[in-house]
Design a protein around this ligand. Structure first.
Ligand code: HEM
Length: 151
C-alpha cells in the first residue's frame, strides 16, 4: 500500500517538477512506434475493459465515491476510454470538455486525486498491465492535476 501511494505521489512530483521529461518517457522506451503504449493496454478493447473496472472502483471507493454519486458512469467510462486511447497514442479523439471545465466547482483535493490514481493502479494491476506501461500512462495523466485539483 505504501508503495502505491509513493508511486502516486511520484507521478504528481514528476508532473510538477519536469513535465517535459514525463512527456518524453514513453518514446524513450519505444522510439519507433507512437502507439506502443496504446498496444500495451490492449488497444480499444483493453482500454474499454480497464475503464469499466476503474470507474466501478471509483464509485465504490469510500474516499471519493461521493463525488460520483450524480454521474452517469457509462458516459464517464466512454469518455475516459476515448481520452486514454488518445493519450496513449491510439486512433481516438477525446471530444469532451477540457479537464478544467470538466472538474470546475468540484472541489477536488490532492487526496482525492491520489485516491483516483491508486484506484487506477489497482485496475491496471488486475489486468496485468506491465509496470513500465503503467508508469508511462501515469506520467502522461499526472500533469492534468493542475487543472483538476482546485482545493
Ligand atoms: C488524471 C486524473 C483525471 C482524469 C484524466 C479525469 C478525466 C475525466 C473525464 C474525461 C471526464 C468526462 C468529462 C465529460 O465528458 O463530461 C471526467 C469527469 C469527471 N471527473 Fe474526472 N478525471 C480525473 C480526475 C478526477 C478526480 C480526482 C475526481 C474526483 C475524485 C474526478 C471526478 C470526476 C467526476 C465526478 C466527473 C463527472 C462529472 C459529471 O458527472 O458530469 N476526476 N473526468
Amino acid at each position: 500500500m505504501k508503495k502505491r501511494i509513493a508511486l502516486a505521489a511520484a507521478a504528481l512530483c514528476i508532473a510538477a517538477a519536469a513535465p517535459s521529461m514525463a512527456q518524453t518517457a514513453a518514446p524513450m522506451s519505444a522510439p519507433s512506434d507512437p502507439a506502443a503504449l496504446y498496444k500495451s493496454f490492449g488497444e480499444k478493447t483493453g482500454l474499454t475493459q480497464l475503464m469499466d473496472d476503474f470507474v466501478n472502483r471509483l464509485a465504490a471507493d469510500p474516499r471519493i465515491a461521493d463525488k460520483f454519486k450524480n454521474t452517469n458512469l457509462d458516459h464517464l467510462k466512454h469518455q475516459l476510454t476515448e481520452q486514454l486511447c488518445q493519450v496513449s497514442g491510439g486512433p481516438c479523439q477525446y471530444q469532451g470538455p477540457d479537464m478544467a471545465a470538466a472538474h470546475a466547482d468540484m472541489g477536488v483535493t490532492k487526496g482525492n486525486f491520489n485516491a483516483l490514481v491508486e484506484d487506477l493502479q489497482k485496475a491496471m494491476d488486475a489486468r496485468n498491465i506491465p509496470f513500465s506501461a503503467q508508469n508511462q500512462m501515469l506520467a502522461r495523466l499526472a500533469p492534468m492535476h493542475r487543472d483538476i485539483i482546485t482545493k
